[in-house]
Every structure is written in C-alpha cells, then in structure tokens.
Design a protein around this ligand. Structure first.
Ligand code: ZN
Length: 89
C-alpha cells in the first residue's frame, strides 16, 4: 500500500487521500485574452508524463486539506510533500 505523509497529520495510507491532478498547471491571468486552445490546455489537456511529477492530493479522510506531492508516476516513489501554498510550481 502507498503511504503519503500529510504535512498536517503525518504518514497516512493512500486510501485516505483523493487525487486532484497536476499541481504544475497554472491558471491563465485574469482579464487576459487567451485562445480557445490555451483554455482547453488549462482545463482538459495534460501531458501524463512518466517520471517525477508534482501532484495535488486532498486528505479527504483526515484534515481535508489540499497538499502537493512530488511523486514518480512510474515507481510511485514519493520524494516530498508540501502544504498547498508551499513547494515548487
Ligand atoms: Zn491531513
């Protein structure tokens, strides 16, 4: 079983968390004209790369906080976890 270290609660089993997607996606600036393709890329299109990846997870069965997890998508190794407002983006 995969374990994730919640920065608020400590080490917990993965079943307590819900995956929230790619944490490296940046929302387009407000009041800036963007193309339909740029909006589609922001909302729908993901690269789904193999390897080290920054992800959003929510600790739904614990503190309910959103956190960032740096994880290898091929091996599932977790390198580091951050509070939602911390970490690399
Ligand atoms: Zn937690």
């Amino acid at each position: 079983m995969l374990y994730i270290k919640c920065p608020h609660c400590g080490m917990r089993p993965q079943i307590e968390f819900s995956y929230g997607g790619d944490a490296s996606v940046k929302r387009p600036d407000l009041n800036k004209e963007i193309s339909d393709k740029e909006w589609d890329d922001f909302v729908y299109n993901r690269k789904s790369l193999r390897g080290k990846h920054l992800e959003l997870w929510q600790h739904i069965s614990g503190c309910r906080q959103w956190i960032k997890v740096e994880r290898d998508t091929a091996t599932h190794e977790i390198f580091k976890t951050f509070k939602a407002d911390e970490g690399v983006v």
